[in-house]
Design a binder for this molecule. Structure first.
Ligand code: NDP
Ligand code: 5RP
Length: 466
């Protein structure tokens, strides 16, 4: 019987494409899906030289794999992951490896890690980014689990990952749920940058009076500059797309109710638990939430009127570009700072230079600036926040006047730009030697005798305020 090097469970968008990617690199790969059609059609997609086979029986699938067996799950997060593991477990042996490649919630990964360790099975939580195309031709992958067991996976993952300057966009990140955690924050940053791009589009359209073509051309030009990134690139492309039926720009026909699957919300929720502020990501999550209140927004648009500035504002597109750069860098800085805090709290032992390195290619947040972040962490592996890197800090100091101008335009014209505002607010708070939170401490003591510390002497104090 043919023995396969690797097994994939779930032959949907990601699983099927990763399997074909592995086969392109000479690995013999078996696939399992409950859906007969998906399992049986797999072999029809085989190119010359591919060794692939689809199964619908978990037993036959597992028995077709060489020892120690390495299996990756690409099924929807949550219960399907537990169901898939349960279906495999009776046929697994001590030392086998199960990798969850989906967007699982990191506490679930820790639970599965412990449960499978009891059965002497190595469990990995591995975030994968790059969507359908990335999975097929080179994703960025973020594995966490047992360092020694990773050696069995390394050759396969390094072969199929995206490459930047010949370096694969995958590396072992840390123990337990480290991989899922890093992917969760990746997605949080993804939410933040997507929201910033959406606000930029609105500012161009309603603030600066750009036409559709001008907006599209501006994003295209930005992608050929220091803003070069996957999300700017696809925005330029999607703005060029016309609806085949009406001939109108397709994006203008799309409902503004945004959906989400949870990773952005988890990033924000956990950042609050860790007290690691990520305001741009928070705002990106809540703007998707506000978008759902369409009927109320229609009502409010008729009564909550702002009779402010109606005229088109004259601003050079470089001002907007610099403002976007400033806000984008802030978003990455917030996410990376959260990773720093989480790494200590959960004992992941993350190396942020490696994280920046594997985000340079393959993933949704890949961007030219990731190389600058990598250099910053190379210079100082203990850097608590990218804003404190000399080169990055200087670039923000030099572009801050532009984001201030853009925020003023948004305020004057009543255009919602909460992600820009959050980025600037974070910067201003972070660079403030003294914050007004002394007033909060006094208020807490006033109404609840919560006590406060003083700047002129040691100890904790309570005052009689009246
Ligand atoms: N799509 C994307 O761009 C990205 C997705 N991800 C993540 O990857 C994971 C997979 O996503 P995606 O490929 O899009 O999902 P799909 O829904 O396209 O595919 C999942 C597949 O798993 C099958 N399946 C479910 N349960 C089992 C089981 N117990 N045993 C065998 N097969 C099973 C499903 O079959 P059936 O349909 O019959 O139920 C389906 O074919 C998710 O966690 C997702 O969040 C990560 C990055 C990008
Ligand atoms: O992981 C991804 C990319 O990196 C997925 O595309 C992600 O599921 C998108 O998230 P959402 O549906 O919440 O916008």
């Amino acid at each position: 019987m043919e023995q396969y090097d690797f097994g994939i469970v779930g032959l949907g968008v990601m699983g099927r494409n990763l399997l074909l990617n592995m086969a392109d690199h000479g690995f013999a790969v078996a696939g399992l899906d409950l859906d007969e059609e998906k399992a049986n059609s797999l072999e029809k997609e085989a190119a010359e030289g591919h060794k692939i086979k689809g199964f619908t029986s978990a037993e036959a699938f597992v028995k077709s794999l060489r020892n120690p067996k390495a299996i990756m799950l690409l099924v929807p997060a949550g219960r399907p992951v537990d169901a898939a593991i349960a279906s495999l477990l009776p046929f697994l042996d001590s030392g086998d490896i199960v990798v969850d490649g989906g967007n699982s919630y990191f506490p679930d990964t820790d639970r599965r890690f412990s449960e499978l360790a009891e059965q002497h099975i190595h469990f990995f939580g591995m975030g994968i980014s790059g969507g359908e195309k990335g999975a097929r031709f080179g994703p960025s992958m973020m594995p966490g689990g047992d360092a020694q067991a990773y050696e069995r996976l390394r050759p396969v993952f390094e072969a199929i990952a995206a490459k930047v300057d010949g370096e694969p966009c995958v590396t072992y990140l840390g123990k337990g749920s480290a991989g899922n955690y890093v992917k969760m924050v990746h997605n949080g940053i993804e939410y933040g940058i997507m929201q910033l791009i959406a606000e930029t589009y609105d500012l161009m359209k309603r603030g600066l009076g750009y036409g559709d073509g001008q907006i599209q051309e501006t994003f295209e030009a930005w992608n050929n500059s220091e803003l070069h990134s996957f999300l700017i690139e696809i925005t330029a492309k999607l703005l060029a797309k016309k609806d085949e039926e009406t001939g109108k720009q397709l994006v203008t026909l799309i409902s503004d109710r945004a959906r989400s699957k949870g990773t952005g919300k988890w990033t924000s929720q956990n950042a609050m638990d860790l007290q690691a502020p990520v305001p741009v990501i928070d705002v990106a999550v809540l703007m998707r939430d506000i978008s759902k209140y369409k009927e109320e927004r229609i009502e409010a648009s008729k009564s909550l009127i702002w009779k402010g500035e109606k005229d088109t504002v004259e601003t050079s597109s470089d001002v907007l570009k610099n403002a976007f750069y400033f806000a984008m860098i802030n978003t990455y800085a917030q996410g990376m700072a959260q990773l720093t805090v989480a790494s200590k709290e959960y004992g992941y032992g993350l190396n942020l230079e490696e994280v920046a390195k594997i985000w340079r290619g393959g993933c949704i947040i890949r961007a030219l600036c990731l190389e600058d972040f990598r250099q910053a962490y190379l210079k100082n592996p203990e850097l608590p926040n990218l804003l404190l890197d000399e080169k990055i800090g200087e670039s923000l100091v030099n572009t801050q006047s532009d984001i201030r101008e853009v925020v003023k335009i948004a305020v004057d014209k009543g255009i919602p730009a909460p992600a820009y505002m959050a980025a600037l607010g974070y910067f201003d708070a972070y660079r403030s030697e003294t914050l007004s939170t002394n007033v909060i401490q006094a208020q807490r003591d006033f109404f609840g005798a919560h006590q406060f510390e003083r700047i002129d002497k040691e100890g904790v104090f309570h005052a009689q305020w009246e």
